[in-house]
Design a protein around this ligand. Structure first.
Ligand code: SF4
Ligand code: SF4
Length: 444
């Protein structure tokens, strides 16, 4: 099978061997959960519970106040201990609902399946099911999924790309879900297809996951009513970025500032698809996910199914504890993830993994030697060296001219930079400044 790919990009060491063949383990229900009310892109959910309230599994904790927001549900039965402000990975403060868990009641709870006939569910009903369940992009972007699947009236949506690339080093949670939940993912595709009648559904997987490719290929005949094709992608970073993925598998080019919907495509991460399946067939909200705990600094790296709100310290304990001289803890993958200053965080819908890195030397930044390696790998054809320099100098109008907002923060430029310049951090800073500046201007 030929492997498809895109131009440019980088080949970081994959480091997936820590966990790629480790089956998903379920972590025991914790005694306490810390559930953030902001687990998605957009406006945080408003709390609908207060201290002392009893909650059951799946009860609403937070209501989405706007379209670009998502509902938050209780992952456990128990009592609301308090609502507290704490930082999210990245530093922004958010409200968290702390729940003292009734472990027995939580373990007893099941979401019974319903015999829903996909043919009887309209697109509007499907979107309402997805919204009610608080489904967001679980590849890390956390954009509300119902909005993502809602093209404006002047646009058609004819292609679904199931994103199984998982191109970030270390992470293998999507890989394991594809191998262990293949049938559920196919049923999820069928549910979506009945509402959208896609011309094509591509299941796009990097070639370094041959068992996942085979698992889907083995089921193609059973789902012959669906226009599904399994596509093998070259193993290259950032193959899973939406713009690269859509172009690679469909040949459609998403213009700068536009979305896959603008070219008739929608990209759905495999765990998002699994969440849609659970919402559709079980009316189960997003209260848990599979994530990877890995790195040379953790005793027993694993793929874990954990309730949302599970404290990071418990994940560490479940994996045998920290072993080596860890000099970096990362939420997410090493290319786009966020360094954590402490372990005082918990699992959220967007938690693809936590990494304990011992080889991440604290590297000193040196002056740019104008080697242009960053330019040669940027999949968006930007000038990363100039973006970093202008951001450092506060020249924001120059940054706008250089289309800084087209950068999707893949980190490829930082990865190849021999001067160890954290280019993506400079870009993030500049984008934040421009956003705040624009918001201030709009208020005037
Ligand atoms: S400038 Fe942005 S899009 Fe280009 S390589 Fe760097 S992080 Fe990726
Ligand atoms: S890769 Fe680093 S050193 Fe080379 S041009 Fe880009 S910023 Fe400068």
């Amino acid at each position: 099978m030929a492997h498809l790919t895109f131009k440019k990009g980088v080949h970081p060491p994959s480091n997936k061997s820590f966990t790629e063949h480790r089956s998903i383990e379920r972590i025991p229900v914790p005694e306490t959960l810390l559930v953030p009310l902001s687990q998605h892109l957009g406006v945080p959910a408003n709390p609908v519970v207060q201290k002392g309230d009893h909650v059951a599994v799946g009860d609403l904790l937070g209501e989405a106040p706007r379209l670009i927001s998502a509902r938050i549900h209780s992952p456990a039965a128990g009592v609301v201990k308090r609502i507290v402000d704490q930082p999210l990975p990245g530093g922004n403060l958010a409200q968290y609902v702390e729940i003292t868990v009734d472990r027995e009641a939580t373990e007893r709870h099941t979401f019974p399946g319903n015999d829903v006939d996909p043919a009887s569910v309209s697109r509007e009903q499907l979107l309402e099911i997805i919204r009610a369940a608080g489904v967001v992009g679980m590849g890390g972007a956390t954009f509300p999924t119902d909005v993502k699947f809602s093209p404006t009236k002047d646009k058609s949506l004819d292609v679904l790309v199931v994103n199984g690339a998982e191109c970030e080093p270390y992470l293998t949670c999507d890989h394991r879900v594809m191998v262990e939940e293949t049938e559920a993912l196919m049923r999820g595709c069928r549910a979506l297809h009945n509402a959208y009648r896609f011309e094509a559904i591509y299941i796009a997987i990097e070639a370094n996951k041959p068992d996942a490719i085979k698992a889907f290929e083995d089921l193609i005949a059973v789902y012959s009513d669906l226009p599904i094709k399994v596509v093998s992608l070259s193993t290259k970073y950032p193959q899973g970025a939406e713009k690269m993925l859509v172009r690679t598998v469909t040949g459609r080019v998403i213009p700068t500032g536009k979305l896959p919907l603008d070219v008739g495509a929608v990209v759905c991460n495999v765990q998002t698809l699994f969440a849609i399946y659970e919402a559709y067939f079980f009316r189960k909200p997003v209260i848990e996910r599979v994530l990877t705990v890995s790195g040379a600094g953790i005793d027993r790296p694993k793929n874990i199914r954990a309730l949302v709100g599970t404290p990071l310290e418990l994940l560490v304990e479940h994996c045998g504890g920290i072993t080596g001289p860890v000099n970096k803890v990362v939420a997410g993958g090493p290319m786009t993830g966020t360094s954590l200053p402490t372990l005082d965080y918990s699992v959220s819908k967007g938690s693809s993994g936590f990494l304990f890195l011992t080889n991440a030397d604290v590297e000193t930044e040196n002056p740019c030697i104008r080697c242009s390696r960053c330019v040669s790998v940027c999949p968006m054809n930007l000038m990363p060296l100039k973006l970093a320099a202008y951001s450092r100098a506060g020249r924001y109008s120059e940054l706008k001219r250089l289309a800084v907002n087209s950068c999707f923060e893949c980190g490829s430029c930082s990865f190849v930079c021999p001067a160890k310049i954290n280019i993506v951090a400079y870009v993030r800073h500049a984008k934040k400044y421009i956003r705040l500046h624009n918001a201030r201007e709009n208020k005037r």
